[in-house]
Design a protein around this ligand. Structure first.
Ligand SMILES: Cc1cc2nc3c(=O)[nH]c(=O)nc-3n(C[C@H](O)[C@H](O)[C@H](O)COP(=O)(O)OP(=O)(O)OC[C@H]3O[C@@H](n4cnc5c(N)ncnc54)[C@H](O)[C@@H]3O)c2cc1C
Length: 430
């Protein structure tokens, strides 16, 4: 949808084919019926940060106001009974130093170790060795165990969806550079106040249609072939969609192979994406009576299965609705959905005195939420060996992990590639 919006803004007509009945892909709204009532939740609780500039720009472009749709909170890490860090509204990088120095639950030597680490990374221009893991990086920089447990490892899991002992240090330091080491506001937490459809893709679809484009849902493309006079012939199960001059494939990598199978010269691309491995994300929604609320809209958990807990009631959702997030693989995968929901409730109850039993729960498990962001990944470029065929998606080459921002940036980049090619053709024809 980012690519479609960018092309529409440039006056280039587009058709979007979406396999699903809803837009948004791995960041979509999901309608569920609970206690006899239809409710909309997301396929997974998403968190954006101030450094997601392109996502916010695109939201504004299509008419989705980030100021209204996202709750902007200064960076705060709150692990109840353990540590609490809150960045004051000071110019960068003072906000970070002040946040670390004022942190509750860290001793002075831990605070200075964190500040030294950030200063060292800055001096090294946020470059890390290509084959280093985050755990190795933290060890080399002498980061104390509590700092790793409550700051660096949770940030690594949240941003890269990959445990620190397997995650790419190179990508991690880029995220640190853009967020903690970035301009004032870059480290702000942006929490969706609306469902993920309303946040961008549904609004973007109206924008694309308003610009003369089409957005076709329930229309999975099954077959792509090069057209004899140039361009591509597209077919879904029931319909021959005819010829398109250029094509942006904005599918997840695990859907790419089948689509490019009959296009020439793309074997290497097929091999490249086949090497990516996957990490899951589980979101468990727990609905408590409306009077129940957390001390803050978001809190960290470090000792159980839950990693982050969000109070949707404080974020424009129904009062009492919590979303518990478990990133990456782990021992939770051995539990059934009922066992998992029960364990998660117990963990929340342990830090929330007087918590009643939930009225209902819903576990949503995304098995291939993101690619595993391991060192030395070989991610494909936007331009392919087939002229006029471009790739968009969170896995396309970039210095960012699999996030909304990397997906949006790559969509915009693919749109620019296609627009440049269209302009070159137009010039030649003139
Ligand atoms: C549970 C969960 C939590 C996450 N949390 C965060 C977070 O907090 N912050 C963050 O930044 N990122 C988060 N992410 C990652 C983020 O959602 C993804 O990086 C991003 O949505 C990927 O977008 P994409 O466009 O690359 O791919 P996708 O979202 O996978 O989109 C691909 C689209 O292609 C469609 N498609 C596939 N095959 C066909 C076909 N043959 N024809 C037509 N259409 C087809 C699919 O239906 C889908 O809509 C999370 C992801 C998950 C799953």
């Amino acid at each position: 949808m980012a690519a479609a919006a960018e092309l529409s803004a440039r006056g280039i007509p587009v058709t979007v084919f979406e396999a699903s009945a809803v837009l948004g892909g791995r960041a979509r709204a999901v309608s569920i019926v609970k206690a006899g009532k239809r409710t909309t939740v997301d396929n997974g609780q998403h968190l954006l940060i101030g450094a997601y500039r392109e996502t916010q720009r695109l939201m504004r472009l299509v008419g989705a106001d980030p100021g209204q749709l996202l709750a902007r909170l200064p960076l705060a890490l709150n692990f109840p009974g353990e540590i609490s860090i809150r960045a004051p509204r000071l110019p960068a990088p003072l906000h970070l130093a002040a946040a670390l120095l004022g942190a509750r639950g860290l001793n002075l030597s831990e605070k200075f170790a964190a500040i030294r680490f950030m200063r060292r990374l800055k001096k090294d221009r946020f470059q890390a060795q290509q084959d280093d893991t985050v755990a190795a990086l933290l060890e080399r920089h002498g980061q104390p165990a509590r700092l790793c447990k409550f700051i660096w490892e949770p940030l690594c899991l949240a941003a890269l969806n990959t445990p620190a002992d397997a995650a790419s240090a190179e990508v991690f330091v880029t995220v640190l550079q853009d967020s903690l080491g970035g301009a004032t506001g870059a480290s702000d937490l942006l929490l969706p106040r609306a469902d993920l459809g309303a946040l961008f893709p549904d609004v973007a679809a109206r924008y694309v249609e308003g610009a003369g484009g089409r957005v076709l849902k329930n229309e999975a493309i099954r077959h792509i072939a090069q057209a004899s006079g140039g361009g591509f012939m597209l077919r879904s199960a029931a319909t021959d969609h005819g010829r398109y001059a250029q094509l942006i494939l904005a599918v997840a990598p695990y859907h790419l192979a089948a689509l490019i199978a009959e296009l020439p010269g793309l074997d290497e691309l097929g091999r490249q994406v086949a090497k990516l491995t996957w990490e899951p994300i589980v979101t468990c929604y727990l609905a408590y009576p409306p009077t129940v609320r957390l001390a803050s809209a978001m809190q960290g958990h470090a000792d159980g299965l839950v990693q982050w807990l969000f109070d949707r009631g404080q974020l424009g959702g129904p009062a009492g609705l919590f979303a518990a997030v478990i990133s990456a693989h782990g021992r939770h995968q051995a539990l059934s959905q009922e066992q998992l929901a029960a364990r998660i409730h117990e963990e929340i109850a342990a830090v929330t005195p007087g918590l009643p039993a939930p009225l209902w729960s819903q576990v949503i498990s995304e098995k291939r939420a993101t690619f595993a962001c391991v060192p030395g990944l070989d991610r494909p470029a936007a331009a392919t060996a087939v002229p006029g065929l471009f790739l968009a998606g969170d896995y396309v080459a970039s210095d960012y992990p699999a996030t909304l921002e990397s997906a949006v940036r790559s969509g915009v980049n693919a749109a620019k590639c296609a627009a440049r090619r269209a302009a070159a053709f137009a010039n030649r024809a003139a």
